[in-house]
Design a protein around this ligand. Sequence first.
Ligand code: SAM
Length: 297
Amino acid sequence: MPFSTTGQELAQWRSRAIRSTQGQDIDPREVDWLLQELTNLTALALRLESFGDQPEIVLKISLEDLEQRWQKRLEDRSPLQYLAGSTPWRNLNLQVAPGVLIPRPETEILIDLAITATQDNPELARGNWVDLGTGSGAIAIALAQGLPEITIHAVDESPEALAIAQANITKYNYAHRINLHQGSWWSPLEFLQGQVQGMISNPPYIPTSLIAQLQPEVTNHEPHLALDGGTDGLDDLRHLVNTAPDYLQSGGFWLVETMAGQPEAVVQLLQAQGSYRDILTFADFAGVERFVQARKC
Ligand SMILES: C[S@@+](CC[C@H](N)C(=O)[O-])C[C@H]1O[C@@H](n2cnc3c(N)ncnc32)[C@H](O)[C@@H]1O
């Protein structure tokens, strides 16, 4: 149910919220980002403060609720995206909530790498693809958009994540092309052995000992199931290297995101496994190697 307030009231709330960031490790621009997600005001209208005279501004939540959420930002360092209930990612606006990882901008690169691979190898552009550890469903939905002839099987161990993924898949009308499965990595996909054209995964890859040192928004609020990659951070990447050959077709595509510093180890794991060819690494927006792709022999 939408709520409304006057432009003047909202302008006053915005000024107070911006002032409240002083002396805090919080960017004052977050106030406008939150208002963009929760009202129909544009970034320009907010920046020019041109809405103060409007008799009515429609909000997705009440002004009291907005204030309570902002206090959670200040006091608990709750991520802004959880407070808004949504995040932009590629051309999507995805629902997010505690219990699901907030999709990160660099993960968008996985989609571009996958689409490029299908342009170079058109046989990859149809058939079964899997998104292992789908979280909010971001990768699965973007793949469905970018590769109109594939069917996607998206897996997650977390029921909370799958519920959010389901909502996002329904929002973008891909329920007929994306099948959700609960379970650990490939285990719900036994029926696809030898029949998968492409595997994409952004698995947990942070070494356990580093998790407590991340920003409080991450350590205290994002699900550790989505972050914790075991002692060296490579537990799940190692598992995906070793298990994927049973599922990929000959020539099938394998692509993962890793943490900075991990691609070299993943390349060595792929080489040692012996079932992969054309192993390549790619950098993120900052020029840091973060992605590893390969083809099954
Ligand atoms: C880094 S998050 C990635 C989420 C999403 N794909 C994205 O890029 O935003 C890793 C995901 O893997 C899931 N996960 C962790 N262990 C898993 C397992 N054993 N089997 C399946 N999914 C798992 C987590 O619940 C989480 O959603």
